[in-house]
Design a protein around this ligand. Structure first.
Ligand SMILES: Cc1cc2nc3c(=O)[nH]c(=O)nc-3n(C[C@H](O)[C@H](O)[C@H](O)COP(=O)(O)OP(=O)(O)OC[C@H]3O[C@@H](n4cnc5c(N)ncnc54)[C@H](O)[C@@H]3O)c2cc1C
Length: 310
């Protein structure tokens, strides 16, 4: 089953998710082609085991632009008829992959964490309802399908191989946005990715005024405070403290998660932690599936009890 992978890159550095997509494509057993889209696509490191072809598409934008990727992908699908198109379930791909599938009337699934071949069709597995339910999706009579694969699920394809390199010309007929520049994040006050003990809080803390309680608790316990994304989105905490797919990847010895549901995007950043302890008032919270220890409890009560111990 032939797979077309779309490479992701920033500053001409190929992102790991690309190498994971290659592993997923390879697993389907057919040839794997990787589309390198950029101003200098020949500079991308795509010599990886399992890649049969690198398709270099030179465009007038060094960095990711949604409309450009959409137009290139539409043309490559039309010209090459891959059976499956693999892109990362990432902020960039969300901007164009669903649009391509809708426009070309292709099968589509996002946040896919397992994919297999079933005869001449594809079966993709994804989560629903905050990972409480997994569902298998099939696309009868529908190939190609566009699948957005969850990062950090497949292994990174090793360097090696000797893929054929080809070039494809795509006439871009305008882009509604232009990438102007990157803005460096202000240096964070701490580096959560090197901490041994993280006390991580989520939306369960309720309101901004409650964060002080956990800042004090973290200090008393010798932990570093980290947060889930909603607390950053709300402007309550700086992004330097965010754990997850669009935040930091952490691997402390102890990860104490309080009031965090355990969404896949959060788990992607902390599931490799040594010992994971979850406190949540919902016994069905997905975080309990990943945690080594857990307590179904009110996080404020637990915080009060912990305060007494330190
Ligand atoms: C492309 C993309 C990237 C993303 N990147 C990230 C990322 O990097 N990091 C990240 O965290 N999220 C990320 N998200 C968001 C993610 O999908 C979830 O929405 C988010 O992780 C939820 O945060 P939460 O668990 O704090 O909040 P919720 O899901 O709202 O969970 C709050 C939890 O608190 C519990 N709770 C409430 N009150 C109490 C109490 N008194 N005592 C105990 N428990 C209580 C509830 O039972 C619930 O389980 C991303 C989403 C997308 C689409």
């Amino acid at each position: 089953m032939s797979a077309l992978v779309v490479a992701e890159h920033v500053h001409s550095q190929v992102r790991d998710v690309t190498y994971e997509l290659i592993s997923a494509g390879r697993q389907l057993g057919g040839p794997v082609a990787v589309a390198a889209i950029g101003r200098d696509p020949s500079s991308f490191d795509l010599q990886r085991a399992g890649v049969d072809e690198i398709i270099q598409v030179e465009v007038d934008s060094a960095e990711f632009e949604s409309d450009v990727y959409q137009q290139v992908l539409e043309k490559l699908i039309a010209d090459r008829s891959p059976d499956v198109v693999l892109v990362g379930f990432t902020v960039s791909s969300i901007g164009y992959a669903p649009a391509v599938a809708a426009k070309l009337d292709l099968g589509f699934a996002s946040d896919v964490f397992s994919v297999k071949r079933d005869g001449e069709s594809i079966v993709a597995t994804r989560a629903f309802y905050g990972s409480k339910v997994h569902a298998e999706l099939e696309f009868p009579g529908k190939l190609p399908v566009v699948l957005m694969l969850r990062p950090t699920t497949w292994p990174v394809a090793e360097p090696g191989g000797s893929p054929k390199v080809t070039e494809a010309q795509v006439a871009i007929t305008g882009s509604r946005s232009r990438h102007k520049d990157f803005t460096e994040q202000p240096k964070g006050d701490v580096d959560i990715s090197t901490a041994d003990f993280l006390l991580s809080i989520g939306r369960g803390v309720g309101e901004k005024e409650n964060i002080g309680t956990f800042e004090r608790l973290a200090e008393k316990m010798g932990a570093t405070l980290a947060v889930s994304r909603p607390l950053v989105d709300a402007g309550w905490m700086p992004s330097s403290r965010q754990v997850g797919q669009s935040g930091k990847t952490v691997k402390p010895k102890v990860y104490l998660a309080m009031g965090i549901s355990g969404a896949v995007q959060h788990l992607a950043g902390m599931k490799a932690s040594g010992t994971i302890i979850a406190i949540n008032k919902d016994p069905e919270a997905a975080m309990f599936n990943t945690a080594h220890y857990g307590a179904v409890a009110d996080l404020f009560e637990v915080a009060r009890e912990l305060e007494k111990l330190y």
